[in-house]
Ligand binder design. Structure first.
Ligand code: ATP
Ligand code: MG
Length: 392
């Protein structure tokens, strides 16, 4: 008795001539994600990736959990392979069906006989298994029109297959089909969500974090590393760049008008991020900004920030309300980590009255009051990088 996982594509199925290149990236991502769980065969046919364990004792629950976070898969089905006999179909499938029926009320049974020589005909298979289910799960009822669970029995050449357990996948398109982006990752709620959203559209996400010791602590950085590890379950391995930002922030504090601190700080972050992006071969920056959320995220502030950028800045949370961002962060399990109350460098020297309508002219003039270039280059040169790997 063995379990298989069938992964159905979502959007990839709609791709035209490029379809097979998307498929092969997906196949590679699936293999990589399962690598340390044991030996699997990962093959594809008819818009489905078939994942079959090749040894005993593999943790299939864990395999399914991991595959539910692989972008490009819309639905997963856990299928059970049993001996080709009515005895096995009626008796060896009950534990599996108990999982599929959990929280469900109605079912129907379907049977397909690829092997026409199998002595029991499809309607009889359905009726016998249906009776067995009613006997074993007295709370379940038959509904042939809109069942909660459809139990499908397939009689194939060597084995019989039962599938009933269908789960939603992560959707999106495979990571690695959409270019590379550098995520500005803070310890907040929004930026991990932004990274997840771009990875969902196929982007390989790397991360950069600014820290300001001793104003920010070691545990604040560890928290951000933890967030990176959490999203790497979806994004894959992440190069995590940590940039010392204290001297730059002190220089801003000592030389620039207070009401423009934040906006200048953000422009300098973007400048450093672009230099790291070039090293990482990333062609865009990604932030967790949402329009109007705080003073530095008004349209005027973003115009000033973008004027410091030579590559596109993607802000996937731009039109989301905080509550919508929180909902996603709960779904991807970053929320509880994000709300841990550690310092962020952004809040170290927050002005009392930040300008919500800065003009680019004012900001550029203020930024010229000090020559930041040597500090910027020093920050890039002394940044550390660490590979964040969730699996293997
Ligand atoms: P978040 O919840 O993502 O921290 P926020 O609502 O706290 O966002 P800001 O602190 O203004 O908003 O930051 C806006 C964006 O700037 C963040 O989403 C993130 O992309 C980037 N950012 C802010 N602080 C840092 C930091 N210390 N290191 C890296 N990126 C940062
Ligand atoms: Mg923040």
């Amino acid at each position: 008795m063995k379990e298989l996982i069938l992964c159905k594509y979502g959007e990839i199925a709609l791709k035209g001539l490029n379809k097979s290149s998307f498929e092969s990236v997906l196949q590679k991502n699936v293999k990589r994600r399962l690598q340390d769980l044991g030996k699997f065969s990962v093959t594809r046919a008819q818009s489905t990736v078939y994942v079959e364990p090749l040894e005993d004792g593999i943790d299939m629950d864990e395999a399914v959990e991991r595959l539910r976070k692989v972008f490009g898969i819309a639905k997963l089905t856990r299928a059970l392979e049993v001996e080709k006999s009515m005895d096995a179909i009626l008796n060896d499938t009950m534990d599996y069906l108990a999982l599929a029926f959990d929280g469900k009320r109605t079912f129907k049974v379907n049977a397909k006989r690829a092997d026409k020589k199998f002595p029991v005909k499809s309607p009889e298979i359905c009726s016998e298994l249906g009776h067995k289910i009613l006997e074993r799960f007295p709370d379940m009822k038959v509904d042939v029109h809109e069942p909660d669970v459809t139990v499908t029995v397939e009689i194939r050449e060597k084995h019989a297959f039962i599938n009933a357990l269908r789960l939603d996948g992560a959707g999106g398109i495979p990571v690695g089909t959409g270019g590379r982006g550098l995520l500005l990752l803070s310890g907040g709620i929004d930026s991990p969500v932004a990274g997840y959203m771009l990875a969902k559209r196929g982007v390989v996400v790397q991360a950069i974090h600014f820290e300001a010791p001793p104003y920010t602590s070691e545990r604040a950085r560890l928290k951000v590393e933890k967030l990176a590890a959490k999203i790497s379950e979806y994004c894959g391995d992440i190069n995590f760049h940590c940039v010392p930002f204290t001297e730059i922030q002190e220089a801003i504090r000592d030389n620039c008008p207070e009401e423009l601190f934040t906006i200048i700080m953000r422009r300098l972050m973007m400048e450093i991020a672009q230099r790291i992006a070039a090293k990482e071969d990333c062609s865009c920056l990604i932030t967790g900004e949402s329009l109007g959320q705080v003073a530095s995220q008004t349209m005027y502030a973003m115009v000033c920030t973008d004027a410091a950028c030579r590559i596109p800045v993607f802000r996937p949370c731009i039109g989301l309300d905080k509550s919508e961002i929180v909902e996603i962060s709960r779904k991807i399990d970053t929320f509880e980590t994000s709300i841990l109350p550690y310092e962020d460098c952004c809040t170290v020297f927050t002005p009392k009255h930040p300008k919500t309508r800065p003009t680019l002219d004012d900001v550029e003039k203020a930024q010229k009051l000090f020559d930041f270039e040597p500090l910027l280059q020093k920050a890039v040169d002394t940044a550390t990088v660490k590979l964040i790997k969730k699996f293997v």
